[in-house]
Write a protein that binds this ligand. Structure first.
Ligand code: SF4
Ligand code: SF4
Length: 445
């Protein structure tokens, strides 16, 4: 059958596909581009999350089909699967399926953040994405496993389900798919419930995820994991630090050892980011601080400096986040900063400074929770779902239904205009609309 790029782009936009690895960038934008290589991000480098490896193991041929159609769309003659060597059986399966084809398997080491697009592109192609640029600037398009699986499904089904891992303090840590809009509470109940009383959850991976205390939070297109932990776990305490706390402690305790910089994955790729200099900004007033704050502009917020590198337990990542926000107010971005002409070579010690995930898990105090979370076919339909209107980067969807309307699973219930960055949202169950507000549409089955 003839491939029509425009039809394909409309198809994946209408299906509501966004980056399922957590970023939520609408997939149709990447599919519109032209690139030499499509890289499948199967690195899944955040500790405790298993959903991509589980999905890939269940549907390898479907994911490869999705990858091939994406390669057609962007005109790529090469596809690379970036997956960790440690998933031996899956790697073997993929090598057999891709033998003598235009797709190859690249085996990654078990380090964090192997799935960061900049690291992944460098690992798999040896191309360095220049500071302030994107993978497309070096001829690559990167997509997560589940995003590509959704692309495969898009000719028949819109995005109404999500694969997630539920781990930590639950009776049966598991990986499974659920209708989008199901509550965290129900997901945890499917895993046998909590094993402790005073619990909170991390929405996503332990490194980049946010602390959640409201278990009515609905699962969205970008949910990847629910990690339940005691509310007094050191990782939770660190993540809950207030701005005033980390600024005050950072100002008095940072000894400028620069470990945060020396392990920073983006610094190791030659980018002008130096979190220890951003820490230095805490000692100066606003105009003098600006020069030091600029060293935060290219921070990817991977949290390695705050949760692994700093021997003092300080929070350089949050200082970078705050510095970037201060600079935004002054309308300073990387392109108009004093660092915009700096690009160094890849650090000669990069290979030796990669942080092994096992070591990271120890440092995070998560060894007790580093357990298998096998696939479970719960086939669960909730009685009620809350479909968030903003589950992607861009403009929120606007409701196209009203209270009392009857909807079917897969019906569009909110959408954006053609000329806006965004995708529609769909009902994930059959039922009727029981609430519409600025944040979500509730469907009761
Ligand atoms: S690693 Fe910690 S103490 Fe050392 S420079 Fe960075 S923030 Fe300061
Ligand atoms: S969070 Fe820290 S380690 Fe990660 S990119 Fe930012 S400065 Fe570098």
């Amino acid at each position: 059958m003839n491939f029509n790029k425009e039809d394909f782009i409309n198809q994946i936009r209408t299906a509501g596909i966004v980056g399922a690895g957590g970023a939520g960038f609408p997939a149709y934008i990447k599919a519109k581009s032209n690139a030499e290589i499509v890289i499948l991000n199967a690195a899944e480098c955040e500790p405790l999350i298993k959903k991509d490896q589980v999905l890939f193991d269940l549907y390898p041929e479907e994911v490869l089909d999705g990858m091939r159609v994406l390669m057609k769309s962007v005109g790529a003659d090469k596809g690379i699967i970036g997956i960790k060597r440690k998933h031996e059986k899956l790697v073997e399966k993929l090598e057999k399926l891709t033998n003598n084809t235009d797709i190859s398997v690249f085996k990654l080491g078990d380090f964090y953040p192997a799935g960061d697009e900049f690291c992944l592109v460098y690992e798999t192609t040896k191309r360095v994405i220049p500071p302030g640029k994107i993978p497309l600037d070096v001829g690559c398009v990167v997509n997560n496993v589940e995003t590509v699986y959704n692309i495969y499904l898009s000719s028949k089904n819109p995005v109404v389900e999500k694969f997630i891992t539920v781990a930590g303090c639950v009776k049966k840590p598991s990986t499974f798919k659920l209708p989008i809009g199901t509550s965290y509470k129900e997901a945890i109940e499917l895993c046998g419930g909590f094993t402790i009383k005073n619990h909170v959850a991390i929405d996503g991976g332990p490194m980049m995820g946010k602390v959640v205390t409201d278990f009515d939070t609905p699962i969205s297109k970008t949910s990847s994991a629910i990690i339940v932990l005691p509310e007094n776990h050191p990782l939770i305490k660190k993540k809950n630090q207030t701005i005033a706390q980390f600024l005050r402690i950072g100002k008095s305790a940072c000894d400028q050892c620069s470990y945060c910089t020396e392990f920073c994955p983006r610094y190791m790729l030659g980018h002008p980011i130096q979190p220890h200099k951003a820490m230095r900004s805490l000692l100066f007033n606003q105009s003098a601080a600006k020069i030091h704050e600029e060293y935060s502009l290219l921070c990817s917020e991977c949290s390695l400096c705050s949760l692994y590198s700093c021997p003092e337990g300080l929070n350089p990542k949050e200082v970078c986040v705050k510095s970037k926000s201060n600079l935004r107010e002054l309308k300073i971005n990387y392109k108009n900063s004093s660092l915009s002409s700096i690009a160094n070579d890849v650090h000669p010690l990069r290979e030796y400074r990669k942080v092994p995930v096992k070591k990271l898990i120890r440092k995070l105090g998560l060894c007790d929770y580093d357990n298998p979370a096998p696939y479970m076919d719960f086939d669960y339909t909730p009685q009620k779902v809350k479909i968030l209107l903003l589950q992607h980067i861009g403009v929120p969807s606007r409701p196209v239904v009203k209270k009392g309307d009857v909807v079917k699973k897969g019906d569009i219930i909110g959408k954006t205009e053609e000329n806006e960055l965004g995708v529609p949202v769909h009902s994930s169950i059959d039922g009727s609309v029981s609430e519409v507000n600025a944040k979500y549409i509730e469907i009761t089955g």
